[in-house]
Write a protein that binds this ligand. Structure first.
Ligand code: G3I
Length: 432
């Protein structure tokens, strides 16, 4: 019932001609989603915001005429799932995604949708020592992101010396369970080993970036075909994405300027001509200063012919990050996909620590945000940042205000039982 306004809005946006029934018919209630959307105002005003905030219309024409955009989206069209498990962007066009009639797991709902959509989770090496964790993770998901084990400090702790064990463990477990893996993350200012963080000079930094990308992509070549190439390159005055958006100072930016992004994507493309290469960031989920800045940054890359295939919207909702209502998320995903790019929800959780988000609000956010991605065929996946509340990163993250308590942020409780959040996500995946 709550989903009807957003579904109808998106059907209107997406179904220019002859759209098939996307489900989600029903009530005419408009208050719920609009009231909790955090964007002030209902779906209609949010839709017009999308036009003015960077331009669904102008970006559509840019992607139609831009040579770089066409090349990049062509390379991203192949599904190429190393682990099988379905999903990908194969279907497409402008028609809304058609939901499965029924499903008993999130994974099944994703695989039976047309086109399929990947259902992912961040997986930790520690979690894989827990039989319940492994059971739920494999039953409900077909897409894996290593929570920490593929970051630079894990893979290359000493210059030129690589350590693959922890990452291989996760990747091989994923493949054993017919799950696709996204490599996370090749170039990021955080979780860098000390030696990399203290590099200086353009030549040394470029050499380190090149060696890292080449060796990592070579090692996983036959097992991973999708990469977060650059993560979190943009900063604002607060973690909520508001105020003074700018390139983030880092060892990479300080030595090379903004061109380090182009460089990283170009090196990655040389390693794998058909891999999907993504930019990933937090608090760009809705329409705000940071999202606008990243939109312009990515649009510039597409227009320059930089081989970028998609953008990951982390979707960490609640402290320390932003709030993002379904209609704003929908408008934002749409304008990026109109650049000819894949979009995906890459790290979703909704933090209830500190009581800043009520239980009811959390359910609405989960439903409406998942729906916003689901109805958009170019939205290729939804990854949750963890399996169960007890293992969430938020519990121990100082900015998240959890103080060691459960963030109540995910779809399963500490005993791995399904929560109401799970049911609302399933509703959205089934078009309800
Ligand atoms: O492994 C060490 C352990 O040996 C040590 O005893 C312990 C003491 O603090 O720290 C352990 O490392 C921690 C690591 O997680 C593994 O648990 C780090 O301190 C801690 O900072 C690290 O946090 C990770 C965080 O990234 C770091 O930025 C979270 O688990 C991880 O969920 C989080 O993931 C990021 C994404 O990669 C990018 N987007 C944001 C997202 C959430 O912050």
């Amino acid at each position: 019932m709550r989903s009807a306004p957003l579904t109808l809005l998106l059907s209107t946006l997406l179904c220019a001609v002859g759209c098939s029934d996307s489900g989600g018919e029903g009530g005419g209630e408009t208050g719920g989603a609009g009231a909790t959307g955090g964007s002030g105002g209902g779906t209609a005003s949010s839709a017009s915001t999308s036009g003015s905030g960077g331009g669904a219309a102008s970006s559509a024409s840019a992607s139609g005429s831009g040579g770089g955009g066409t090349a990049s989206s062509a390379s991203s069209a192949s599904t190429g799932s190393a682990g099988g498990g379905g999903g990908g962007t194969g279907g497409g066009g402008d028609s809304a995604r058609v939901p499965a009639a029924s499903a008993s797991t999130l994974r099944e709902a994703g695989e039976k949708a047309n086109p399929p959509i990947l259902i992912g989770a961040a997986i930790s090496g520690g979690g894989l020592n827990d039989a319940n964790y492994k059971r739920v993770a494999a039953a409900e998901h077909n897409y894996v992101t290593a929570e920490n084990e593929m970051k630079w400090d894990s893979l290359e702790p000493n210059a030129g010396q690589f350590s693959w064990g922890a990452a291989d463990n996760i990747v091989n477990w994923a493949r054993d369970n017919n799950m696709k893996v996204k490599g996370h993350t090749l170039v990021w200012h955080n979780q860098l080993p000390g030696w990399a963080n203290s590099l200086s000079g353009a030549a040394a930094v470029e050499q380190a970036i090149r060696r890292h990308i080449v060796e990592v992509m070579k090692h996983f070549k036959d097992r991973i075909d999708t990469w977060d190439v650059v993560n979190e390159a943009v900063l604002t005055d607060s973690d909520t994405g508001v105020g003074n958006p700018r390139m983030r100072p880092s060892v990479f930016f300080n030595a090379l300027g903004e061109r380090y992004l182009d460089l990283a994507f170009e090196i990655a493309r040389e390693q794998d001509p058909s891999a999907k290469l993504y930019y990933n960031d937090y608090s760009i989920d809705a329409l705000n200063d940071k999202a606008d800045f990243v939109y312009e940054m990515v649009k510039g890359m597409v227009e320059r012919g930089v081989p970028i295939d998609g953008v990951g919207f982390q979707m960490h909702i609640g402290p320390p990050n932003n709030k993002a209502g379904g209609a704003d998320v929908a408008a934002n995903l749409k304008r990026f996909s109109d650049l000819g790019l894949d979009v995906l929800i890459s790290e979703m959780d909704i933090n209830r620590c500190g009581g800043q988000i009520s239980a009811e609000e959390q359910l609405t956010f989960y439903h409406d945000i998942v729906e916003a991605c689901f109805v958009l065929p170019r939205c290729v996946g939804i990854t949750f940042w963890g399996i169960n509340d007890g293992r969430s990163w938020l519990n121990s993250w100082s900015g998240a205000l959890c103080n060691g308590q459960s963030s109540q942020s995910l779809l399963f409780n500490d005993q791995y039982q399904k929560k109401e959040t799970y049911n609302r996500v399933m509703d959205a995946l089934l078009g309800r």
